[in-house]
Design a protein around this ligand. Sequence first.
Ligand SMILES: Cc1ncc(COP(=O)(O)O)c(C=O)c1O
Length: 405
Amino acid sequence: MPGFELWSNEERKEVNEVLETGILMRYGFDGPRKGIWKSKQLEEEICKRFGSRYAQLTSSGTSALTTAMSALGIGYGDEVIMPCFTFVASFESVLRVGAVPVLVDIDETLTLNPEAVRRAITPKTKCVMPVHMCGSMADLDALTAICKEYNLLLLEDTCQSIGSSYKGKPLGTIGEAGAFSFDFVKTMTCGEGGAVITNREDIYQKCDGYSDHGHDHQGVDRGADLHPFIGYNYRISELHAAVGLAQIKKIDTVLGIQKRNHQHLKNVLSQVPEISFRKIPDPAGDSCTFLSWFLPTAEITRAVINELKSQNILAGNFYWFDNNWHYIRKWDHLKNATSLSSLHPELRTAVIHHANKDFTASDAIMSRCVSTAIGVLWTEEQLKEKGDKIVAVIKEVLQRQGVNA
Ligand SMILES: Cc1ncc(COP(=O)(O)O)c(C=O)c1O
């Protein structure tokens, strides 16, 4: 996900404006900052571009999720239903607020299977958290209907799908809140950073306070701020927000190039009838940061990955099934609830239970899935060469395995 691929003078200019004032903090120092408020400005730009009424910047996507969950009142005794294919940050945030991450199966959208969500609902369920993985989206019609039926909160982990939409609505604005990540490998980057977006003023006010030690931000004297509740420090710095301000202006260029390159690569891979593609609930809203495709069996997929590796052309092709960060299969630390500080025994038991459930339905999908990251700096020749090489490897493996290609 390529924000960093388009790094140039615009980012340097924004950062230099902050360096010239020397005020690196987003709050206070009204005089010396000489009217430079990069974080506030970026929040305004996020609202404009992503169609939310409010935005609260944070230090990361992980802290944005944690902040949103706190603002939604998720905590002890609550369960949050989330997919077993995501990034570790999604369950870390649930644990951080003291709730139970209830991992459930995905389907060929590579995010929550609505039927699995339905089956996992208990009287303790408070929130459903779809994770819009790899640039595309969950089946939000089905999930919003479930949330309505059972009176559950919907929190969108939109960290990987900035700029995607569902039936015309930006991802992150469909549930009560959405979380973005602006870490170094996201569609737009601040270096490190994140944001909660929401249309609800009460949630925004809580995010604003929670991410800054519970400050009420009512006056100009920080020392006189009241603390209506206990918060934390999840603030972003002005330097990071400055980078984001330059990046957000490039987002439509990035999305346009991704869509074009994604379509070209898809055309090339479509030559192989054994390849099928990820189910996209609203193809027009796909941000196209990845092209995710399936092969007929786990054996063929692993053989293709091994062959790409041995030919030194694996880079940019992700086999999540074997990845330590993104799929339940390799999360032994979660399965054993290994933590540095003690977890409440009730939470620990629940974590171990939910992380050790049967995920064979997801295994059957993930073991056949490869996601190819879409570059924004690829030339047409490089794109064609990349696609042709992948196709050649797949055909060779299919032939070797006795499948007619
Ligand atoms: C799905 C998902 N959620 C949350 C995060 C956390 O974002 P950050 O790295 O900014 O903390 C990431 C980061 O990769 C992610 O992919």
